[in-house]
Every structure is written in structure tokens, then in C-alpha cells.
Design a binder for this molecule. Sequence first.
Ligand code: ATP
Ligand code: MG
Length: 344
Amino acid sequence: MTQTTSQSTFTPRVFSGIKPSGGLTMGNYLGAIKRFVGMQGDMQTIYCVVDMHAITVWQDPAELAKATREVAAGYLASGLDPAQSILFNQSAVAAHAELGWIFNCVARVGWMNRMTQFKDKAGANAEKVSLGLYAYPALMAADILLYHATHVPVGEDQKQHVELTRDIGKKFNHDFKTDFFPETIPVIDGPATRVMNLRDGTKKMSKSGESDMERINMTDDADQIAKKFKKARTDPDALPDTMEGLKDRPEAKNLVEIYAALDDRSPDDVIAEYAGAGWGKFKPALADLAVAKLSPISTEMARLMDDPAEIDRILANGAVKAREIAEPILQQTYDIVGLLRPAR
Ligand code: ATP
Ligand code: MG
């Protein structure tokens, strides 16, 4: 499978990343990591811990280093195989920042102004947030296009940024009369592309959300998982027999979709099994399933976190492999733009 444009052919390649902006959540696992791992072997896969994105909001330096290793541990514990996938942290490959600057000069301010995530994250405080938070989608475009990635698996919340990546690549190609960058495809599939907050079914579950009760952390133990599902907001009604019956019940729909994603089943299949059940039956079943699926991962994460040098070694090896792909693409970009640099 290759993507062909008028002048160039791109081999299929997957890129995606996760910010070390806090501990991993079940949303990151179901919406991102589990799906990333599932793509291994089909195409070349490159997965990143995007630490430069994390610092768009304040991060304590010691916590940032720990969270970077924890995201790497989360990938590895979930089945990412460093022999099959390239795993590294973004700041270790300087070409991300370098291409990011070029894309800052390609992207338009008007495009950035339409990014809903910036509006959500900046809120009423837009004058006081960092310039990096505003510009971050241009760096994300660089992360992806630096590898000529054709496929980007993400959760629903990142769809707009992947579309912006396409716009930036197209504008670059148009301005410089080239076909250098591919048209990246966002891959948003499965039952858990937008896992919602357990306390408010209109907001997504996030690492950086305010309350710990609104999310399941990948490091939560069985008691915490059971307590959080027990206290998860729902409505008084029993479960209907089809997903259609949940269309105006966001919290209930979310819990059924989480169940389906954890158990590798369709939501229709899960709702058929639990038709007529009340929360007293469904929530404990969901908690048991979550513990069964997540606790082997959290145990393995804890084991890996006990050996930070091993994580650092895996990330360093990944960075070497990432640079091998990224460097020639950056150098060609510089040539296209007309940036002179000393011969190497
Ligand atoms: P933050 O609150 O700091 O933005 P986050 O939990 O949103 O953290 P990111 O690092 O921004 O995590 O996103 C990493 C990946 O996880 C992205 O592909 C994103 O789409 C996906 N993701 C994040 N939250 C969810 C969610 N609730 N459901 C499904 N996918 C999600
Ligand atoms: Mg996010």
C-alpha cells in the first residue's frame, strides 16, 4: 500500500505521540496506546513521548522527567515492542523543533485561531498562556511530517490538529511548488476514540483534568478503580437494549463504550448482554473487567519504573533510529526553503 501523488510516492508510516503532562489515563490507553500497539507490524510505526508539547504549560522539571519515563513505561507495558516500533522522546531529536519553526512560518494565525483545543485550554486566560500553547499544532505538524508519516492514530480530540497538519503540508507544497510532504490521514476508529470524564459526560477524560475522581489512571489499584466507577456519574435508568437508546445519556453511553473497548467487543454486543441491567450490576462488572485488563499493565509499568536506566536506554536507541529518518527529511526541507548551512 503506497500513497501516490503527482510526483512522489510515500511508503506507509505511522506516527503518533503522547504528552508527559501527567500520569496516563484509561482514555490515553484506550484511545491511543492500545490502538498504536495494534498497528505494529502492519506498517512502520513511530511513537513518541512529546515532552516539548508538555512544557507548553508549566511542568515541574523533576516531574516532567518522571512523567516522560512513565509514558514510555505505559507504551512498553501495553505491548509496544522496541524491536518493531521506534520509541523515543521528542526533545532528543532536535529536528522536531527545527521543522516546527519552518511550519510556524507556513501556518497562518487565522488557522490557529480556529483551534478549539486552544480555546478550551486557555479559557478566559488567553492573554496569559504561553506562546507555545498557541503554536503547538504547528510543532505537532512537524512531529508528523518530519517522518513523512501517512497515518496518524489519535483520539477524536486531536482530529482538528491532524487536519491542520494536512493544511500546513499542502500550503508548504503549494508555496514551494513541490510534492514533498504527504497528505496525512487521521486514523480515528474503535469504540473509545473519546473516553469521557467520569464526573461529567460532556467533557473528555484528561491527564490534566482537575479532579482525580474524573479519570482512571493507569497506575490506579483495584480499589481505586472500583471506587471511581462506583462514584461515576450516571442516570437512574436501567440499560436499554440498543446503543440508540443511549443517545441522550452521555454518561451511560461512555461506560458502555469503555466496557466494549476494554473487552475488544462492539458496544452493540455489550448492550445486548446487559439490556435491562441497573447500575448495581453493570458498574461492578465494569470495574472487574477494568481491573483484569489494566492491572497487568500497571504492574509492568511499576516494574519498568524501578529501572529508569533501562527506559532511558530504550528511548536513546529509539532517538538514534528516529534521527536516521528525520535528518534527511529536514535537510531536504532546508534545501527546498533555501536555507544555507555549512556543508557537513
Ligand atoms: P492533556 O490533558 O495534558 O492534554 P490528554 O489526556 O489529553 O492530556 P494527550 O497527551 O493530549 O493526553 O493525548 C495523547 C493521545 O491520547 C492523543 O491521541 C489523544 O487523542 C488521546 N486521548 C486523550 N484523551 C483521550 C480520551 N479521553 N479518549 C480517547 N483518546 C484520548
Ligand atoms: Mg490532550
